[in-house]
Unconditional design. Structure first.
Length: 189
């Protein structure tokens, strides 16, 4: 399925997702380069919210730029298979080999602010990420490694302690939503 149809077909979980979906679709209609970082205002990112088999732990990486534990993900960089991007980023950032989508459907749509920062010696202006997230299950016994140019650690933590590890207050509401969705979907064991 084409990525735009995948987004259009997504049923928002709450009012935040309803409004964010509308803005994402607006950007898709107005910007030709939303799949690439050439669009310095807004571009698509793909993330994996990674849980273990029993859905009581989440896999996180320590993000160098934000100095915080967070989920995995990255830029679409022209790729239209958004799930494949999320899976690739998961593997690159954690070394996990045994993983699979809980479902191939989108798990969450979010607009995330990115503050100005320096990356690889270059300044990146503030912009927004049009975040497409997927719920992924991985084997917590897989050997872990981290991608040194982006992260300084990777580990499994209890799902209900995620906000304790994040020093990004604006992400707490997002993580709370993910945990609520997992519990409401009846997949939390």
């Amino acid at each position: 399925m084409h990525f735009i149809e995948l987004i259009k077909g997504y049923t928002p979980y709450n009012e935040q997702e309803e409004k964010d979906k509308a803005v994402i679709l607006y950007c898709l209609e107005r910007f030709e380069d939303v799949l690439t970082r050439k669009n310095e205002i807004a571009h698509i990112t793909c993330s994996a919210f990674v849980v273990n088999r029993t859905k009581d732990k989440v896999l996180v990486v320590h993000h160098n730029i934000y100095n915080s534990w967070s989920w995995t993900g990255g830029h679409a960089d022209g790729e239209e298979d958004l799930l494949a991007v999320a899976m690739k980023e998961l593997n690159e950032e954690t070394g996990v080999k045994n993983s699979h989508p809980v479902t191939s459907d989108i798990f969450s749509l979010d607009i995330l602010p990115v503050f100005g920062h320096t990356k690889r010696g270059n300044y990146v202006s503030p912009h927004i990420h049009l975040s497409i997230a997927f719920l992924i299950e991985a084997d917590e016994n897989d050997a872990l490694m981290f991608k040194e140019d982006e992260n300084s650690g990777v580990k499994w933590i209890p799902l209900d302690e995620l906000n304790d590890y994040s020093n990004e207050p604006h992400m707490h509401k997002l993580y709370d939503k993910f945990i609520s969705k997992i519990k409401e979907l009846g997949i939390y064991k």
